[in-house]
Ligand binder design. Structure first.
Ligand SMILES: [Zn+2]
Length: 153
């Protein structure tokens, strides 16, 4: 922790306590100039905020994604572990971008891509909800593409 008076980097902690909000405060003394200053330790938000289509922000919600996936995979042969793994993968990807905010579309695209590999029917169900009814032609194109791939195998 850099001293605010002389910029030196060597200080010693003389006291540690928690303030009313539960944050850890430390009283430090600079070893170079001898002046004292306080620091606060704060929790760092790891996952970025999600920018929704309407421009509002909300915290990344892993459970919400899982709920959507479970609905899409209802009565399909996709295990809970597969879905957990998919959400893990999405979370890792989001963290790797190192951004403080991320459009929901980027997350949705990643989820949908992973689901495509797991189960084509669940994928289409999810795509219908995710893309919305206005994009039915897009959903149809996706179904056509899937059928082509299947018949080509
Ligand atoms: Zn100093």
């Amino acid at each position: 922790m850099r001293c605010p008076y002389c910029q030196a980097l060597n200080s010693r902690v003389v006291d540690t306590f928690r303030d009313k909000t539960g944050r850890v405060r430390r009283r430090r003394e600079c070893r170079t100039c001898g002046k004292r200053f306080s620091t606060i330790e704060q929790w760092i938000q790891q996952l970025p905020l999600v920018i929704k289509a309407d421009g509002t922000r909300e915290p990344f919600d892993r459970d919400k994604i899982l709920r959507g996936l479970r609905t899409a995979c209802w009565k399909r042969r996709v295990s809970a572990t597969d879905l957990e793994r998919l959400v893990d993968e999405v979370e890792e990807y989001i963290l790797s971008l190192g951004r403080s905010e991320i459009p929901s579309r980027i997350i949705g695209d990643r989820v949908i891509e992973g689901l495509k590999r797991l189960d084509p029917v669940a994928y289409i169900r999810y795509a219908i909800v995710y893309l919305g009814l206005e994009d039915l032609s897009e959903v149809r194109r996706e179904i056509d593409r899937l059928l082509e791939t299947e018949s080509g195998q």
